[in-house]
Design a protein around this ligand. Sequence first.
Ligand code: UTP
Length: 295
Amino acid sequence: MLRKAILPAAGMGTRFLPVTKASPKEMLPIVDKPLIQYSVEECERCGIREFIIITGKNKRAIEDHFDQFSELEEVLKQKGLDNLIEEINRHDESHFAYIRQSKPLGLGHAILCAKAFVKDEPFAVLLGDDIIDPDDTLLMDMIEIYRKYRSPVVALQEVPDDEVSKYGIVDGEPVIDFDTHNNPKQLYKINALIEKPRIEDAPSNLAVIGRYILTADIFDVLETIKPGRGGEYQLTDALNMLLSNRVVYGYLFKGNRYDAGDKFGFLKATIELSLKRPEFSEDLKKYVKALAGRL
Ligand code: UTP
């Protein structure tokens, strides 16, 4: 059983300045929920209830968000707003631990900070910038693959040529058609990973996106890697080294993902996830159509 998830949230959010100067990027709302809550709920749908959030400077709001707030509850109770009490307490069954990454030295370093809390268990890593369509089963599918093969699994998505240099890109070979929930998707055995290659150096258009199922042996590798691209300790470099010890799978995701750490991606996520909310859906559709007619 996979019980734990690491949510790295200590990055600087430079792509989203100025708002991220004093506020955590992870608390940017899509409608009424902060980005990080979408990741937490994705895990909870898969039965994961233990969260290790890697935080840094200016990230206090994340801790407050998942904590109890009895004064607010009291006010809501007096006003008869029981539905909102339920809403603010919806993660009560989950456990949250916070580890501070003293400097943003990279995603690999952020994950290593959780070593003592994860111990020997397999765990999920979710990057909150990547919002996966809440109706999709990506994480569940990855957990199924982990259960079957007992090997680490990273999520992949095909990206256009002009975006290859923004991602870790995979050199891999298809293993089998892994038919999950009657939705044919593909499994790859990874031969190598290259962090943010130029298109002419890229072995494919298969990009690693922000969902991973990892095993505890990644920590030993993370302890040995040197700073890589951008001077940061890169998870990609550690996974590449891990490949000499064991098989790592890539799972090609064909559903909708929004890069909400990017301003335009965030706008798209806001519109599309709002369209899925029953209370806004009809009005928003009418509005978007009317707006399109005026453009
Ligand atoms: P990103 O590079 O996408 O996020 O890191 P960022 O650094 O916050 O944003 P930009 O690029 O400057 O706009 C991927 C994930 O890894 C976390 C980030 O919080 C994000 O969830 N991260 C990154 C850390 O926790 N620590 C780090 O040192 C670096």
